[in-house]
Design a protein around this ligand. Structure first.
Ligand SMILES: Nc1ncnc2c1ncn2[C@@H]1O[C@H](COP(=O)(O)OP(=O)(O)OP(=O)(O)O)[C@@H](O)[C@H]1O
Ligand SMILES: [Mg+2]
Length: 155
């Protein structure tokens, strides 16, 4: 994979993964769809905590598992959702992800359970457990805009 479409970072603790999310939040623009996947406890919510901080949201991010979606107010609104529970009887249409993307950034945990909305600018982030405190985080751009965004992230 070329350097501009994918970047892999070995993080050495939760704070490191959070810093990665913050770096993405600092350059994020409306329409960005972060498709977060990987195992339980991989660091998806931890990453979103940093993302929210990078977008300038003051609130602490909690897991959206039991509410399906939470909104955070920063430089742009951040819509944090979790598709894990939706898979068991929820309706993704109710989230109105298209409208969310017009206004701000969507970060979806267990994203691969559903197709991203048409026209979403997808940056996929995959988390793998490589040790108690270590995670391999692979970010993959799915369009030209997210390729540029990925190239611009300061790590
Ligand atoms: N390098 C690391 N990156 C991220 N989290 C780490 C790291 N090392 C240890 N951790 C710990 O792993 C856990 C990650 O939990 P988190 O809720 O972010 O995962 P998740 O992918 O959202 O899980 P779930 O699938 O249950 O939603 C936290 O307890 C965090 O402190
Ligand atoms: Mg989570």
């Amino acid at each position: 994979m070329s350097a501009e479409t994918g970047r892999t970072i070995e993080t050495t603790g939760a704070a490191h993964t959070e810093a990665l999310g913050r770096a993405v939040g600092e350059v994020a623009e409306a329409g960005l769809y972060l498709a977060l996947d990987g195992e339980l406890g991989g660091g998806k919510t931890t990453f979103v905590r940093g993302l929210a901080a990078g977008l300038g949201a003051a609130a602490r991010v909690a897991s959206p598992t039991f509410v399906i979606m939470r909104e955070y107010c920063g430089r742009l609104p951040l819509y944090h959702c979790d598709f894990y529970r939706l898979e068991h009887g929820g309706d993704i249409a109710e989230l109105e992800l298209d409208a969310c993307l017009e206004r701000g950034v969507v970060a979806a945990e267990w994203a691969s359970l559903f197709e991203p909305p048409r026209g979403a600018r997808v940056l996929a982030v995959h988390f793998e457990w490589t040790g108690d405190e270590a995670r391999r985080v692979t970010m993959t751009a799915h369009c030209e805009r997210t390729r540029k965004l990925l190239a611009g992230i300061k790590l």
